[in-house]
Ligand binder design. Structure first.
Ligand SMILES: CCCCC/C=C/CC(=O)SCCNC(=O)CCNC(=O)[C@H](O)C(C)(C)COP(=O)(O)OP(=O)(O)OC[C@H]1O[C@@H](n2cnc3c(N)ncnc32)[C@H](O)[C@@H]1OP(=O)(O)O
Length: 414
């Protein structure tokens, strides 16, 4: 009796098909991982040959699939990109033949792991799996665009924010509570979009806050793991461009901006939302944390300039260099927070106050903000540019990479 075994990838599932020759018939046994065999079916040999031939993707199919990947409109996410990468390498070079990258080389290590996990999968099977995966991606993206033809997601809502407008107040709420409102790349873009929209809408004031027990845990540290083809240098450069644009939006925001913090606020979102807001209201359980040195990084959001001016140089050093966490009361005493309210009445009291502010003449408020801030605008843009350039270098340092690896591997939490 002749036996062959083929691995076929259908979506994410890998099926094993065992073929057994038996008096002019082939028996097919199909099994799924973690399941016992599903079925044994018998086919005439001739039909089986046809199916096996049809199953193999040609070099042309493979090249078409590679081109299709370049045309995908939506980023399929890191997991799928790793799968595509590993199948491509296996299909073109065979089993993983590269030395294992070092522990800090996060991206290359993830790629190596994915490729190595394919073991001795034959090149033809990898090619077929690659073609199938691309085809499933293309059709899922087509079908999702068929659901809402021609609609712009930005006009219907946000993925990472909740933006509402009522009583003359536009509220921009960070909405990734399960990730403690960490800012991923999409959130940076959506906040900029929401701020630009709020600057033009008919609300009088804009409020920033976060959903859940954290206002924000700062920059999403997994942002550091999605490395483009140009490597970590390109990643750091892109990060600096994005950060500069993001902070620039706060510097140029024309309306009164109010930060409303019921909870902990870390890192990047803290600097612009405390440094440029007209007012910062905090509940008495809120805390403010700037762990730049812990992360091998340096101040951003113009905090190197605004904090020593708002607080005192010595207190700002404690916060920005040593990462001292401040309670709401301490932050208020230092002038970083306008007023602290008891947690139990915070929402009610702040909302009542904001509604009263929103009834003031909007143009007068805008002009007053302009005259207070305009003298500083040029300086703030220059500080922003300098901080981003310093950070670009820091992101490439061992100190920063170690801290990110520690967080991601959960060996230590900051
Ligand atoms: C364009 C780039 C610009 C870069 C600008 C630079 C900015 C500098 C900064 O922002 S510095 C601040 C960076 N932030 C941190 O260092 C905070 C890291 N997070 C933590 O230490 C903790 O998560 C915590 C103290 C905020 C909360 O701890 P807790 O135990 O209550 O909760 P978990 O750790 O279990 O978190 C729940 C899930 O949320 C994920 N998560 C939280 N914060 C981040 C983050 N900053 N980045 C990525 N992911 C984050 C966490 O991983 C958990 O996810 P999981 O449930 O999938 O495991």
């Amino acid at each position: 009796m002749d036996k062959h075994s083929i691995l076929v990838c259908m979506g994410w599932e890998q099926l094993e098909i065992r073929l057994q020759k038996c008096e002019g018939w082939e028996q097919i046994e199909i099994s799924l991982p973690n399941c016992s065999s599903l079925q044994v079916i018998s086919f005439p040999v001739v039909q089986l040959h046809l199916n096996r031939t049809a199953m193999r993707a040609s070099q042309k199919d493979f090249e078409n699939a590679m081109n299709q990947v370049k045309l995908l409109k939506k980023d399929p996410g890191n997991e799928v990109k790793l799968k595509l990468y590993s199948l491509y390498k296996q299909a073109t070079e065979g089993p993983c033949n590269m030395p294992k990258p070092g522990v800090f080389d996060l991206i290359n290590k993830a790629k190596w792991d994915a490729w190595n996990a394919l073991g001795s999968l034959p090149k033809e099977t990898a090619r077929q799996n690659y073609v199938d995966l691309v085809s499933s991606l293309s059709s899922s993206l087509e079908s999702s665009s068929q659901v809402e033809p021609g609609t712009d997601r930005k006009s219907t809502g946000y993925e990472t924010l909740m933006v509402t407008s009522e009583d003359g107040i536009t509220k921009i709420m960070l909405n990734r509570p399960t990730k403690k409102n960490a800012l991923n790349v999409e959130m940076y873009h959506e906040i900029m979009h929401a701020l630009k929209a709020a600057s033009k809408d008919d609300s009088a004031i804009t409020v920033l806050t976060g959903n859940g027990d954290y206002y924000s845990s700062g920059n999403d540290l997994t942002n550091f793991t999605d490395i483009p083809p140009g490597g970590v240098e390109e990643k750091a450069k892109n990060g600096a461009v994005l950060l500069r644009e993001f902070v620039g939006c706060f510097i140029d925001f024309p309306k009164p901006l109010i930060a409303w913090s019921m909870s902990s606020l870390w890192g990047i979102f803290r600097s612009p939302s405390l440094g440029y807001s007209i007012a910062v209201y905090a509940s008495d359980r809120a805390t403010f944390h700037t762990p730049f040195s812990h992360l091998g990084q340096s101040p951003e959001g113009c905090s190197s300039y605004t904090f020593p001016k708002i607080m005192s140089p010595a207190k700002a050093t404690e916060m920005l260099v040593f990462g001292k966490k401040l309670t709401a009361g301490e932050a208020c005493a230092q002038g970083l927070v306008t007023e602290v309210f008891p947690d139990s009445t915070f929402q009610k009291e702040v909302w009542t106050r904001l509604k009263a502010f929103a009834k003031l003449p909007p143009n007068a408020m805008r002009i007053s903000k302009e005259i207070i801030r305009n003298r500083e605008k040029e300086k703030l843009h220059a500080v922003n540019a300098e901080e981003c350039s310093v950070l670009q270098g820091r992101w490439l340092s061992d100190e920063c990479m170690n801290a990110v690896v520690n967080f991601l591997s959960r060996k230590s939490k900051l």
